[in-house]
Design a protein around this ligand. Structure first.
Ligand SMILES: *[C@@H]1O[C@H](CO)[C@@H](O)[C@H](O)[C@H]1NC(C)=O
Ligand SMILES: *[C@@H]1O[C@H](CO)[C@@H](O)[C@H](O)[C@H]1NC(C)=O
Ligand SMILES: *[C@@H]1O[C@H](CO)[C@@H](O)[C@H](O)[C@H]1NC(C)=O
Ligand SMILES: *[C@@H]1O[C@H](CO)[C@@H](O)[C@H](O)[C@H]1NC(C)=O
Ligand SMILES: *[C@@H]1O[C@H](CO)[C@@H](O)[C@H](O)[C@H]1NC(C)=O
Ligand SMILES: *[C@@H]1O[C@H](CO)[C@@H](O)[C@H](O)[C@H]1NC(C)=O
Ligand SMILES: *[C@@H]1O[C@H](CO)[C@@H](O)[C@H](O)[C@H]1NC(C)=O
Ligand SMILES: *[C@@H]1O[C@H](CO)[C@@H](O)[C@H](O)[C@H]1NC(C)=O
Ligand SMILES: *[C@@H]1O[C@H](CO)[C@@H](O)[C@H](O)[C@H]1NC(C)=O
Length: 897
């Protein structure tokens, strides 16, 4: 409708001249009194910091007073049947007056158009026609209800609809971007306070009363309320008491000091007796936080709360600053030191809350009004499009359901020209996703607008079970700002920023680090490496580290201070606590760090080899070898500083495990947890090579003199069970790793050992017949026996080497600490075994000596070389003494002598 007006400017001008537009506020004699006359209401703020009072004069004019508003594109007075999305979008312009500036506590009268009267409409709205945005509105009472109500004269003189949470009686400017609003209710013994500031969503707003006895150090002993938003975006308020100039610290004995919630001082407090703040309302609009709460004037606990002596001058204090999210030690949102300058970040003033004050001239105009989540799209980012209930859609009014991308409500997307964007559309069949030049979408042709469609259309719809994959490649002709929307309904999507040369354009390689929350980019050159890292989650610092854990890592921390100064610092970390983070002096160049909507990006270039002259400094050992995998970890947190680090700099999110980045190849792999199947492989191999096979060999060597063929059976059983276990363990490893990779020494040694091991039963099967007892062995038999023994022992040696290389492998893969213990256990086991063998050998030699020189009837067969009758079950069994074990042999020694 407004378009038609614009198209016929000449007509408007003539009309304006005839009616004398704008020259006289009440230009039309409107005798037509209405039942609504005298009705007063507060405006409901929707956006653009709109505040003010509305009063009906007569059926064709109304008065607006104390009106605040940030300017829009094409803002006018708009009438509709109801504030619902469909009704209000179908409304119409009701006045020729435009709202084309910033309003600061302004008062004026608005006349309606000739053909419009107030009793036709249900809601009066401040409306931006271009963006279909509702800035704020007043709902008018139903005229028929009013007239039927028994009020004198049928008029609503004095009828007030007050109680908007954004409206308070008084207002006082605390600093440029921070306002205090309040309403005092002495009769009901409370004061309602609204704190409003243009500050980050992660920041707190604090306000409270100083100890009345204090003349300086107003913070000490003060009773303050701390307000802010949780990480989920929910507003809250808590009652705090200040006992020290520090962040809240809980001492060993459980007592607390610093800026702590009242409930921390009294952990066993029955609910609510020390907590005298009550949350009423909170929102975040146009980059401005507003939180309204109520506190009692009198107090029930004298320890942590101060009474508000409302009729007197009192010193109040305030501050703005960063808030630490809860951690396991302190499950509270805790304000950090506000820092900054007095009367910018903190301050105090004398206030008498019973006086009427309004020195807030105009709305708070935040520099950064965009609060939406930002998704920076890389070549390997998959964007999942769904639809869900609208909670904080950036441009109300909006339909009940809007688009979500990667679970974020209507986020801003940032894409790069030349980098294809992949969408997986699963928002239901009633959403046809498309990318358009029109800010509202919903088939702009219907609104008589032209639009350019860049991707998508009526067919771009899908559901979870059959998502539609859509690829869009923004090119150099794509404008800087386009929109993703649904073709069937307006205002479901939001903005797409199209930029040149994002990180994936500037760096040759990129990988995603653990948990998909940090992207890591790099470009290698001959002597230096350029690195960039970007967090995908809101935070105040981003750290990446080279190492397999926080301990013994080289860390690079990027952060941006409140005043916009950006830093990237380097550290060597050798412990878990703040004191183990040692600043280093690495030679970084091309350093950049920036934070956009809490998303931190840092970039730097460093030499591959630091080439220090003082090689005793830890950073001199921070050499990057492009040919070996670089282990990269990350962390994010609430606050970082140049100077002394404390527990408050603890990270709030961190990688679960390092990622091994292959710098030359441009890829990465996760560092796996010790996979159980491989652990079983290791244990089984130890069982076979460390116990069963050597046991079998020992049985063959040292138990020959046992009566019967016992040693032979033992040898056979042990070797066969060893071989079967080896076979199974090998299958486990091959199955787990999906095939052989013979590159590693472990696999080479292992295979050799297994080949040796499996040669044994084969050659045992083909062994030449043992000649009859007493005779000399055939030479074939002797040769075979030597072969069998040598192959067996070589197998064991290779097996042992394979065990140790396996351990080394384990160490490389999963970090050294745990593996060292296992290494030592293995070495201990083999030392014990070697000692036992030496003892047995000694016994055996002595026995042989006795056999040769003694008087016993032992001298049989091949007494000088026991190995020649290795496998014969009958060789010397019959005639030997019935000794079953080495121990018994020892006991029987005296008999033999
Ligand atoms: C008010 O104006 C309407 C037309 O706009 C007319 O029908 C009605 O009779 C008028 N009422 C009075 C009281 O003048
Ligand atoms: C705003 O509109 C009024 C007429 O409604 C006009 O007089 C004024 O110059 C305009 N102001 C600006 C800044 O465009
Ligand atoms: C202030 O001082 C008075 C008297 O010196 C004392 O009674 C009162 O408890 C003090 N108030 C606080 C909050 O310390
Ligand atoms: C204080 O009380 C309010 C309700 O009165 C409650 O919402 C808030 O969680 C309480 N705060 C604490 C720290 O218990
Ligand atoms: C409060 O302070 C103001 C000046 O800041 C002073 O003019 C006024 O008299 C004081 N009122 C009381 C009750 O002390
Ligand atoms: C958009 O609206 C125009 C005009 O009504 C219509 O011709 C066109 O088919 C619509 N497009 C889609 C995709 O619905
Ligand atoms: C669209 O605009 C053209 C003229 O620009 C007009 O003739 C037509 O009626 C308009 N259609 C709608 C649906 O407003
Ligand atoms: C920002 O603050 C830091 C100290 O917090 C100061 O060193 C630096 O100079 C400030 N930068 C600007 C641009 O004000
Ligand atoms: C850092 O490296 C640059 C270029 O390699 C060199 O010019 C500069 O002297 C180095 N600075 C330090 C402190 O080593």
């Amino acid at each position: 409708m407004i378009l038609r007006w614009r198209l016929s400017i000449a007509a408007i001008c003539i009309c304006a001249v005839l009616l004398g537009c704008d020259s006289d506020p009440v230009r039309r004699t409107c005798s037509n009194a209405t039942a609504l006359s005298g009705f007063m209401s507060e405006f409901k703020m929707v956006q653009h910091q709109l505040r003010g009072y509305f009063k009906v004069i007569d059926n064709c004019s109304f008065e607006v007073s104390r009106f605040d508003m940030l300017p829009g594109a094409d803002v006018c007075w708009w009438g509709a049947v109801s504030p619902g999305f469909d009704d209000i979008t179908a409304g119409f312009v009701i006045s020729d007056d435009k709202l084309n500036k910033t309003y600061r506590n302004d008062s004026f009268v608005v006349s309606l158009r000739e053909n419009v009267s107030l009793d036709q409409i249900g809601v009066v709205t401040v409306w931006d026609v271009q963006t279909e945005s509702d800035f704020g509105y007043v709902v008018l009472p139903n005229v028929s209800e009013v007239t039927s109500a028994p009020s004198p004269g049928g008029e609503m003189e004095g009828t007030r609809v007050y109680g908007e949470p954004t409206m308070l009686e008084n207002c006082r400017v605390l600093s440029g971007d921070y306002q205090l609003r309040w309403t005092l209710d002495v009769d009901r013994d409370f004061i309602e306070i609204g704190l409003e500031a243009a500050t980050g969503m992660q920041n707190y707003m604090a306000f409270g009363w100083a100890n009345p006895n204090a003349t300086s150090d107003f913070m000490m002993g003060a009773d303050v309320a701390v307000t802010g938003f949780t990480e989920e975006g929910l507003p809250f308020v808590d009652d705090y008491h200040i006992t020290g100039y520090s962040e809240c610290i809980i001492n060993k004995d459980g007592s607390a000091s610093g800026v702590c919630p009242d409930t921390i001082y009294e952990p066993n407090d029955p609910i609510g007796s020390v907590n005298n703040t009550e949350f009423l309302y909170g929102h975040r609009r146009d980059g401005v936080s507003f939180i309204r709460y109520r506190r009692k004037l009198s107090v029930s606990d004298n320890k942590y709360d101060l009474p508000v002596k409302y009729a007197e001058n009192a010193t109040v204090i305030w501050a703005l600053g960063l808030m630490s999210p809860p951690d396991t030690l302190r499950p509270y949102y805790l304000p950090q030191n506000h820092g900054g300058e007095e009367s910018v970040a903190f301050g105090h003033l004398v206030l008498n809350v019973s006086e009427h004050i309004n020195d807030c001239l105009g709305p708070i105009d935040a520099e950064d009004k965009e609060d939406q989540d930002l998704i920076i799209v890389d070549a390997n980012t998959q964007l999942v499009v769904t639809s869900d209930e609208a909670l904080h859609y950036p441009n109300p009014p909006n339909p009940a359901k809007v688009l979500y991308i990667n679970k974020k409500e209507a986020p801003v997307l940032r894409v790069e020209r030349g980098v294809p964007v992949k969408f997986s559309i699963q928002a239901g069949h009633d959403v046809a996703f498309y990318i358009t030049s029109d800010p509202l979408g919903g088939n702009a042709t219907l609104r008589n607008m032209t639009e350019i469609i860049y991707a998508g259309g009526p067919d771009s719809q899908g559901v979870l079970t059959s998502p539609l994959e859509l690829t869009w490649a923004p090119d150099r002709n794509t404008p800087d700002l386009v929109y993703y929307q649904s073709l069937y309904r307006e205002k479901m999507g939001w903005k797409i920023q199209v930029v040149d040369g994002g990180l994936s354009d500037m760096y040759n390689n990129s990988v995603v680090l653990d948990d998909q929350l940090v992207n890591f980019y790099w470009t290698l050159s001959k002597s230096s490496i350029s690195i960039a890292a970007r967090g995908e989650k809101k935070s105040n610092y981003l750290a990446i580290g080279f190492g397999s854990g926080m301990i013994r890592s080289y860390a690079y921390v990027g952060w941006v201070e409140l005043n916009g100064t950006a830093h990237v610092n380097t550290y060597w970390i050798d412990g878990q606590d703040a004191s183990s983070v040692h600043p280093t002096n690495e030679n970084l160049t091309h350093v950049r760090c920036r934070s956009e909507n809490g998303i931190i990006t840092m970039e730097f270039t460093r030499p591959i080899d630091p080439l220090c002259s003082h090689s005793d400094r830890p950073e001199c050992r921070n050499i990057i070898d492009p040919t070996t995998p670089l282990r990269v970890i990350w962390a994010m947190g609430a606050k970082w500083t140049d100077g002394g680090l404390t527990e408050s700099n603890m990270h709030s999110a961190t990688s679960q495990r390092p990622i091994r980045v292959l710098l030359m190849r441009g890829s990465a792999e996760a560092e796996q947890d010790l996979r159980p199947v491989l652990a079983v492989h290791g244990f089984m191999m130890f069982l076979a090579w460390g116990i069963l096979l050597p046991g079998g060999i020992l049985a063959a060597r040292y138990l020959k003199h046992v009566k019967g063929n016992g040693w032979y059976k033992i040898h056979l059983y042990l070797q066969y069970s060893g071989l079967s276990i080896i076979f199974l363990a090998l299958l486990f490893a091959v199955a787990e790793l999906r095939g052989f990779r013979t590159a590693s020494s472990h696999v080479k040694f292992g295979i050799t050992a297994i080949v040796f091991a499996f040669v044994q039963p084969l050659n045992a099967y083909f062994r030449p017949e043992r000649p009859a007892a007493v005779e000399q062995s055939s030479s074939a038999r002797v040769a075979w026996e030597y072969f069998h023994v040598i192959v067996g022992r070589c197998g064991i040696v290779f097996g042992l080497v394979a065990l140790f290389t396996g351990m080394k492998h384990l160490g490389e893969r999963y970090g050294g600490e745990n593996v060292h213990g296992l290494d030592w256990a293995l070495i201990f086991w083999f030392s014990i075994s070697a000692l036992s063998v030496m003892y047995l050998e000694f016994q055996e030699k002595r026995r042989q000596r006795e056999r040769i020189f003694g008087s016993s009837d032992w001298v049989l067969g091949n007494s000088d070389d026991d190995e020649t009758d290795l496998l014969s079950p009958t060789a010397n069994g019959k005639d030997s003494l019935s000794l079953t074990t080495g121990r018994m042999e020892v006991q029987l020694e005296p008999l033999n002598r």
